[in-house]
Design a protein around this ligand. Structure first.
Ligand code: ADP
Ligand code: MG
Length: 604
C-alpha cells in the first residue's frame, strides 16, 4: 500500500491529489485513510505535527459525505483560528473536484453573522474553533444535530488551551451514533479521558516513536552569547565526564566543524551528516554504538534513525529551524526506561523559542548556568577519585614497583595522593582558571553582561527605579530613557534589568549625585518616578564573580579562553603521547585503569 490509489480513494480525490503534487501517502495517511473509508467506527490517531494529519481525516470525510445534500455532515474542531483557516483551505483544495462542496470556517475575531450566512447556504463541512462554535450553537446559528463525522484535530492542544468544557458542550449537540476521529500529537490523561467518555471502542493508530513524549527526559537550557556556543558545549561535556551524547547542529557544515573541533580538542567525537558516504556513516554509527564515541555530532536528518538506548544527553548546539523537530531530538535520550537530559544552548535572540518548545512538548525547561571552571575541576577530580577507587589492580605493574617505591620512599601517603591527583587537576585547573563566566542574564543585554566581568570592584552604583515592564519598559527602552533623561553616553548606564513593576540599573559612582538629583520630584507621564540606591549590588553574576575570585579566578575578560591550548607544564608534555588513549581501549580491555580512564588527553 504505497500509493494513494491503493488507499481506496475515489477519482475526484485522486485527481486533486495529483494536482497537489502529493506522490505518496504519509504514514498516518496510509494507516488512517483505508480504516476510515472502510469502517464507521471511532479513531484515535497519534502523530506529530507535520505528518499530514489534515489529509488523513480530510480525504475520508470528503469521500463519505453527500455533496448533493445541504445538511452539515462533518464538523472539524481545531484549536486556533490559523489552523481553522488552514484546514478549511486544505479541505477546499482536496475537494476541488467534488461539485457542490461547501466548506465553511467558523472562528472568533470575525463577523459571526457573515459566518452564519455562509453556513446557512448549505455547508456540508464546518471547520471551527471551539469557542466560536459554542457561541453559534447557543445562538442557534448552526445545526449540528445531523453530523456523521466529528474530528477533534490537535486534541491535546485544544485541551491544553482550556477548551475541554466547550468541546464537551459542542459534542452534546451531536448525534451519539456519529463517528468521532481524534487526532493528537500526544496522549495526555485529558485526551485519554475524552476518548473514553465520548468515543466507542476507538481504533488506535500511532505514528512515529512512542518514546517521544516520555517523562524521563528532563529539559534544560543555557543562555550564552552566540560566540561562546562552542566553549559552552565543551564545558557541558567536561561537567559530565561520563557523557554519551548526540550533539545536534543545524547544518552539515556546522556539524562537521563542531565535530572536527571537538576531536582536535581531545574529545571522542564523530560527525554524522548527509555529506558523508554510507560507509563513513556506518563506521561512525558503529563506533557510537560501541561507546567508542562519546559525542556524536549530527544533523537532524542523519540522526533520525539513531536507536541507541543508553544516550545520556542530547545537546542542542543550535535549535532546529522547525521547533517541532526538538521532540525528535530529545527523543534520542531517555529510551528503554532510562533517564536522559536534553540540553539547549541558546543565545538571547532565540531564547523566546524555548517557550514555544515548552508548549509543544508540554514540559517546562529548567534554566541552568554553564558550570564555572572550579565546578568542572571538582567534578573531574571526584570522577577520577571514583574511578581510581573502583579500579582493579593490574599486576603487570608489580615488576616495576621496586623502582617506583624507591622513588617515593620519602613521600607520605597524603602527599602521594595529592601529587597523583594534581596530575589531572592541574591540567583542568590551568585551562579553566582563565575561564570566564559564559552565562548571560535574560533581562540584560550583551554589553551589560560583559561589563560585569571587568572586575569585581564596587566602583559602580546600583539603583532601584519604580518603573518596569508594566510601564512599557524593557531593558533597552529603559536604558534609552535614562540616557536621554540624564544626558549620558552609550555606556554610562549599564546592567539594566527590568522587572514587572520596577527595575534596576547601574552607573559609575561619580554619576550617583547627578542621577539622584535628577530624579528628585520627577514626574513621567503624570506619575512620580522614584530612583533610590539599591542594596542589591548587581545581581547574581557579581556574586558569582566574587566566588570565582576566591577560588583563584581573576575575572579575565572575554577571549581569554577562546583558543584553549594546553599549557607546557611538566605533566602535559610527558603525557602527550598518551593522547590517543581513548574509550576504545577502555571498552576493549574492559577495565578502567587510570591512564585509560581519561578519554581526553590532548590539547584542550
Ligand atoms: P499535520 O496536521 O500533521 O501537522 P498537515 O496536514 O498540516 O500536517 O500537513 C503538513 C504539510 O504536508 C501540508 O503542507 C500538506 O499539504 C503536506 N502534505 C500532506 N500530506 C502529504 C503527502 N502525502 N505528500 C506530500 N505533502 C503532503
Ligand atoms: Mg494539523
Amino acid at each position: 500500500m504505497n500509493t494513494f490509489q491503493d488507499l481506496g480513494l475515489n477519482n475526484d480525490l485522486l485527481q486533486a491529489i495529483t494536482d497537489l503534487g502529493f506522490t505518496k501517502p504519509s504514514e498516518v495517511q496510509q494507516k488512517a485513510i483505508p480504516l476510515l473509508i472502510e469502517s464507521e467506527g471511532d479513531l484515535v490517531a497519534l502523530a506529530q505535527t507535520g505528518t499530514g494529519k489534515t489529509a488523513a481525516f480530510g480525504f475520508p470525510m470528503l469521500q463519505k459525505i453527500d455533496v448533493n445534500s445541504r445538511t452539515t455532515q462533518g464538523l472539524i474542531l481545531s484549536p486556533t483560528r490559523e489552523l481553522c483557516l488552514q484546514i478549511t483551505n486544505e479541505m477546499k483544495l482536496y475537494g476541488k473536484y467534488c461539485n457542490g462542496l461547501n466548506v465553511v470556517a467558523v472562528y472568533g475575531g470575525s463577523s459571526i453573522t457573515d459566518q452564519a450566512r455562509e453556513v446557512k447556504r448549505g455547508a456540508q463541512i464546518i471547520v471551527a474553533t471551539p469557542g466560536r462554535m459554542k457561541d453559534m450553537i447557543s445562538r442557534r446559528l448552526v445545526d449540528i444535530s445531523k453530523i456523521e463525522y466529528a474530528v477533534l484535530d490537535e486534541a491535546d492542544e485544544m485541551l491544553n488551551m482550556g477548551f475541554k468544557e466547550d468541546i464537551t458542550d459542542i459534542l452534546s449537540h451531536t448525534p451519539t451514533d456519529k463517528s468521532t476521529w481524534l487526532f493528537s500529537a500526544t496522549m495526555p490523561k485529558e485526551v485519554a479521558s475524552i476518548a473514553k467518555n465520548f468515543m466507542h471502542q476507538p481504533q488506535e493508530i500511532t505514528v512515529g516513536n512512542k518514546n517521544e513524549s516520555t517523562s524521563n527526559v528532563s529539559h534544560e537550557y543555557y543562555l550564552v552569547n552566540a560566540r561562546d556556543r562552542y566553549q559552552a558545549l565543551k564545558r557541558l561535556a567536561d561537567a559530565n565526564p561520563d557523557i554519551f551524547s548526540v550533539v545536534f547542529c543545524r547544518t552539515k557544515r556546522d556539524t562537521q566543524k563542531v565535530a572536527e573541533q571537538l576531536i582536535e580538542d581531545g574529545y571522542n567525537a564523530g560527525a554524522l551528516h548527509g555529506d558523508l558516504s554510507q560507509n563513513q556513516r556506518d563506521l561512525v554509527m558503529n563506533a557510537f554504538r560501541k561507546n567508542q564515541i562519546q559525542m556524536l555530532v549530527a544533523t537532524d536528518v542523519a540522526a533520525r534513525g539513531i536507536d541507541v538506548d543508553d544516550v545520556t544527553h542530547v545537546i542542542n548546539y543550535q535549535l532546529p529551524d522547525e521547533i517541532e523537530t526538538y521532540t525528535h531530538r530529545s527523543g534520542r535520550t531517555g529510551r528503554a526506561g532510562k533517564t536522559g537530559v536534553s540540553m539547549v544552548i541558546v543565545s538571547k535572540s532565540e531564547v523566546r523559542k524555548i517557550k514555544s518548545i515548552e508548549r509543544i512538548i508540554k514540559k517546562d525547561f529548567v534554566k541552568k548556568d554553564i558550570p564555572n571552571g572550579m565546578e568542572i575541576c571538582e567534578v573531574q577530580l571526584m570522577s577520577l577519585a571514583n574511578k581510581i577507587h573502583n579500579t582493579e589492580i593490574n599486576h603487570e605493574i608489580d615488576k616495576y614497583l621496586t623502582n617506583i617505591n624507591e622513588m617515593f620512599e620519602d613521600t607520605t601517603k597524603d602527599e602521594l595522593i595529592k601529587k597523583f591527583f594534581s596530575v589531572e587537576f592541574t591540567r583542568f585547573f590551568n585551562y579553566y582558571q582563565k575561564a570566564k563566566n559564559l552565562n548571560v542574564s535574560e533581562s540584560t543585554g550583551d554589553r551589560e553582561s560583559q561589563r560585569d566581568y571587568k572586575g569585581g570592584k564596587n566602583d559602580s552604583t546600583r539603583y532601584f527605579i519604580n518603573v518596569g515592564n508594566k510601564d512599557g519598559f524593557d531593558w533597552m527602552k529603559l536604558k534609552d530613557f535614562l540616557k536621554d533623561q540624564l544626558d549620558l553616553g552609550r555606556d554610562d548606564v549599564f546592567k539594566v534589568e527590568t522587572k514587572d513593576s520596577f527595575s534596576f540599573f547601574n552607573t559609575e559612582n561619580e554619576l550617583r549625585e547627578k542621577v539622584l538629583a535628577h530624579f528628585t520630584d520627577f514626574k513621567h507621564d503624570g506619575r512620580f518616578v522614584n530612583v533610590e540606591v539599591s542594596e542589591n549590588r548587581g545581581g547574581g553574576r557579581r556574586n558569582d564573580q566574587k566566588r570565582g575570585d576566591r577560588n583563584g579566578f581573576k575575572g579575565r575578560r572575554s577571549g581569554s579562553d577562546s583558543r584553549p591550548r594546553r599549557s607546557n607544564s611538566d605533566f602535559n608534555s610527558k603525557s602527550s603521547d598518551s593522547r590517543k588513549s581513548s574509550r576504545r581501549s577502555e571498552s576493549n580491555s574492559g577495565n578502567s585503569n587510570f591512564a585509560q580512564s581519561r578519554p581526553r588527553r590532548s590539547r584542550r
